[in-house]
Design a protein around this ligand. Structure first.
Ligand code: AMP
Ligand code: GLY
Length: 425
């Protein structure tokens, strides 16, 4: 099969690395890809926002399947464009992708169908939003309706903080139009889990669960990032919990979308809070998580290509066997990230890191300059180790990360450690 993967981050590198292992693959092309992906795919400089360019590339390459990685092109309708041209696409159309693209749409859908989530209301008017904060009490969470690159959720411990978050979104317009409408919601207490299901219309099968680490510093301190590391499996997230999430969350959600004329096709990423009252939804995403994707694909035994292809074609979906091994992905970031950071900084040690058994280094923000790897983004590399059990994967990932060197680099030292300690006790 000829495949086109759209995207150029760590998630898409993991997808290409895994798809390249499939005996069914003939040719793999990535748009725009990155230097790490170039080991497995022909990278073509077409931006994910250039929908005409992506369609032309799919035509030129006679793509049998197009896999769209990031949320922005999905929310903007790239999968619809490709389907209209007759391509098989892994990824939802714009109407179903609104489950991530508009938090108001997603929360209203949950409310209408009794799908468990935090109590909330949606506001276009700051004064009414502030009044609802007083009714709800703190802590609470203010969220922008639209996409805000992972920075649109503000946890407010006091009412003045909530008032300021509302001002930032609705009065100062710090998030542009994404923040013109806000959701004010109850704060959920519990452990957070990223759960992934493959969905084709009214059919869904569980894929895997992982845990992300959003804050930039150890011990979950500092501002939120896109994700500083992830591991799988998640201790305590057993087969019974997986079934409960499928029946109380995934199945009613995809049925609701199909009933409303927006059938879902792709991977549904359910961000869950495991509360004392059971699993509740923090949010839905319309794509794989980054860096969760790196952690869940690394130990996966099943061939990913026929699974994605079955989803894209609406064919019967076999449930993949859960992976028997564990994996940990440690994100190595640029100095300053998630704030301002330099680019073009030379990177050493990637090959040495990959000599640690079980380790693969996924590229997220790198470029080649005069044949040398340099930094080109905030999250630069995802050092990912597969092993028997999370503790051994942690050891291997950190042994490998220690071999990577670039000016200003930083990474969390505690990815997976809290859960590994709980599991050991
Ligand atoms: P989101 O942008 O909705 O994914 O939120 C970013 C992060 O904020 C989540 O991963 C959670 O850690 C936290 N968060 C969002 N909503 C809530 C909530 N209702 N209760 C507790 N934490 C939340
Ligand atoms: N790691 C969280 C996300 O991809 O949204």
């Amino acid at each position: 099969m000829n495949l086109l993967v759209v995207g150029g981050g760590g998630r898409e590198h993991a997808l290409c690395w895994k798809l390249a292992q499939s005996p069914r693959l003939t040719r793999l092309v990535a748009a725009p890809g990155n230097p790490g992906m170039a080991r497995h795919a022909a990278c073509v400089a077409v931006s994910v926002d250039d929908h005409d360019g992506v369609v032309r590339l799919a035509e030129r390459e006679r793509a049998d399947l197009v896999v769209v990685g990031p949320e922005v092109p999905l929310v903007a309708g790239l999968a619809d464009r490709l389907r209209d041209k007759g391509f098989a696409v892994f990824g939802p159309g714009a109407r179903a992708a609104a489950i991530e693209g508009s938090k108001a749409f997603s929360k209203d859908l949950m409310a209408r169908h009794g799908i468990p989530t935090a109590r909330f209301d949606t506001f276009d008017d700051p004064a009414r939003a502030r009044r609802f904060c007083r009714e709800l009490g703190t802590p609470l969470v203010i969220k922008t309706d639209g996409l805000a690159a992972g920075k649109g959720a503000m946890i407010c411990r006091t009412l003045p903080e909530a008032d300021d978050a509302i001002a930032a979104c609705m009065e100062r317009r710090d998030f542009g139009v994404a923040g013109a409408r806000v959701i004010v919601e109850e704060f959920l207490h519990g452990d957070e889990v990223s759960f992934f299901a493959l969905v084709s219309g009214r059919r869904a099968v569980p894929l895997a669960a992982a845990e992300d680490h959003k804050a930039v510093f150890d011990g979950d301190r500092g501002p939120n990032t896109g994700g500083m590391g992830a591991f799988t499996p998640v201790f305590g997230f057993d087969a019974a919990m997986r079934e409960r999430v499928m029946t109380t969350i995934v199945e009613p959600t995809i049925a609701a979308l199909a009933d409303e004329g927006a059938p879902y096709s792709g991977v549904l990423f359910v961000q869950l809070m495991l509360t004392a009252d059971g699993p509740k939804i923090v949010e839905f995403n319309c794509r794989f998580g980054d860096p969760e994707c790196q952690a869940i694909l690394a130990p996966m035994d099943a061939d990913l290509l026929p699974l994605l292809d079955a989803v894209a074609r609406g064919a019967p979906l076999p449930a993949p066997e859960p992976a028997t091994r564990a994996a940990v992905c440690v994100v190595v970031a640029s100095g300053g990230y998630p704030g301002r950071y330099p680019t073009g900084v030379p990177i050493d040690g990637i090959d040495e890191a990959e000599r640690v058994p079980g380790v693969v280094v996924f590229h997220a923000g790198t470029a080649l300059r005069d044949g040398r790897s340099v930094t080109a983004g905030g999250r630069v590399l995802g050092v990912t180790a597969t092993a028997d059990g999370v503790p051994a994967a942690i050891e291997a990932a950190y042994a490998a990360a220690a071999r990577i060197r670039f000016d200003g680099m930083h990474y969390r030292r505690d990815i997976g450690r809290r859960k590994a300690a709980q599991e050991a006790s």
